[in-house]
Design a protein. Sequence first.
Length: 335
Amino acid sequence: MTSRFVTCARLMSGIGLAAAWALLACTGAFAQQQPSDWIVPDVTTLSDSPADRLIRKGRELVVATPSLIGPNVGDASTRYAGNNLSCSNCHLSAGTRKFGLPLFGLAHLFPQYSARKGGEITIEDRVNSCMTRSLNGREMPDSAPEMRALVAYIDFLSTNVAKGETLPGLGAGSMPELARAADPARGSTIFRDACAACHGNDGLGVRRSLPTTDLGYLVPPLWGADSFNNGAGMARLSVAANFVHFNMPHGTDYASPRLSVEDAWDVAAFMLSHKRPVKPGLERDFPDLLLKPVDAPYGPYADGFSVDQHRYGPFGPIRQAIDKMKQSPSPAAPR
Ligand code: HEC
Ligand code: HEC
């Protein structure tokens, strides 16, 4: 994130409803921070060596996850995923799209500190975090051939990236926040106009080949039993809203978003207002609650704000309360 953009976000969090139109000026500033060109290594140039075959297998696992490790594959021991999403339904273009949650250029960033775990995590841990949350499944052992293949592919995608370099374009982007709570009711209208044609009026997506579900979705579901669970990154409003702003409708390029900032927050709120699988044990996430993202949709929280405000915002007041607690020497002490 550029310092210019941080300034913009701070500015926005301080303004009231009446100045909501000014959000548009800030999106412009964001679009101008052009990430440098990415030299994505080409899988089609790989040889037939065992190492190169492993990389290709990893790419297949990313784009055809349910056919290989989904809940309906023949070999029960490789049913790691609990739903029929593919990694690439979220990590767009097989993980090579800027602000489409890329898997590109990541390898050197691991191991890294994870506030969610309260300790260091490896790339395998990070993949398993998506397996158990985004794919609502179970952990793959580090030694599983599928895990080795996924990590080989992620390593391969970092071939041209220097160690220590954090590339602009990672993640799902970071547009300004609203000064009000995101509004699922307003979002329902946007959903009907901008999403339902592909994801369905019921939001449940379109399967590739009924009656079998082995091959996953033509268009993935946004909620319901076969969607990501409530512990997933996409279940956080800011992640979903940015992903949608910079990538949806499908084919949108981050440099020219089609939904306004406001519409993206509201439609994401509508999406996240629906039922989805619940992951047990989430209360153990973020052992230091002051490091918990303000939009984690599940408690416990260090502050006194409602679950609803954590789910839909506005996040500015929560952030201010947390900052205050961080500065106070003993936050729990009664006054
Ligand atoms: C429902 C959407 C979704 C699916 C499906 C999904 N992921 Fe993710 N993944 C995310 C999100 C969102 C993040 C970023 C989380 C955050 O910002 O907290 C992420 C982060 C990651 C990261 C770390 C990226 C970074 O920038 O540090 C890796 C590695 C990863 N996922 C791998 C996978 C793999 C491999 C699969 C398939 C087995 C997968 N994911 C499936 C949504 C998804
Ligand atoms: C033109 C069809 C189309 C439209 C319109 C569209 N999407 Fe998508 N969406 C897709 C496809 C296809 C994918 C899977 C991406 C892939 O595999 O490349 C996807 C993926 C997603 C994902 C991540 C995967 C998941 O299932 O959670 C979210 C979230 C999402 N869309 C939300 C929306 C929202 C909200 C809108 C409306 C603003 C929208 N989409 C409009 C086709 C569309």
